[in-house]
Design a protein around this ligand. Sequence first.
Ligand code: G1P
Length: 294
Amino acid sequence: MSEPSAKKVRKAVVPVAGLGTRFLPATKAVPKEMLPLVDVPSIQIIVEECVAAGIEEVIFVTARGKSAIEDHFDRAPELEALLARRGKKEDLAAVRRLTELARFVSVRQGEPRGLGHAVLCARAAVGDEPFAVLLGDDLLDAEVPGIRQLIDLHARTGTGVVGLKEVPVGQEHLYGIIDGERTAPRELRVRKLIEKPAPGTAPSRLAIIGRYVLPPEIFEILETTPAGRGDEIQLTDGLETLCARKGLYGLEVEGQRFDVGDRAGYVLALVHYALRRDDIRVEVRAGLEKLLRS
Ligand code: G1P
């Protein structure tokens, strides 16, 4: 096992090149990452998790048709001038704040060749330092930001860390699943990783949720990782090699997870975030109770 790394995790890679076909027709012209939870697009919740965890630079791995994501975090002089003229101070502050959350960088993934390939596209932007990866389909509402929990374990072990949640029996085939040896109540030394095991073959119910802290060595590994499941370069396959060479930890992340890549999951997340809002909670709760009675 390698020595604890002193290098701070400053950068996060956020793959956003996916087509979002599960949300058609909504995603024909709008990136799925821009679908809102009340009035905040899901990608903003991901970026805010990064910022709350001390990340300074967010690297979007993007594709054609996804420029709304970059625009969301960019200055909007005409809109800002209009809001200023109309005296809409709060809206103006909210719009400006987005541009100051972090440094934003975009790299393109020219063809959809898998999550491992998407991460590899960020190689030059990341450079030679450990980095975080957050997948936009997984939202975590936690007291300590989800990715911060992984960063803290990385600081202690110096190895890569994958975020985990136990999934219900029968759902293992939807995830990367790990097998490992428990070293603390929520921590495991990973022994094995399998991307979306066939039903009935998973070694555990510990699923990789979309949070990772990885050493830069993962890039040279991904460069030679052959296409795997679905004929795509799988990040999970690269992690298997990383695990054998340098060790890898799994952390059962504390907090509530929502799969906004799933239609029902998206609705549940929307309701959750609405009920957390002081301005609409009472009205939404009353409306929901009425709906459930009808
Ligand atoms: C990806 C990963 C998988 C992981 C999942 C978490 O799959 O390949 O290992 O469990 O994200 O959301 P996807 O959901 O993109 O098919």
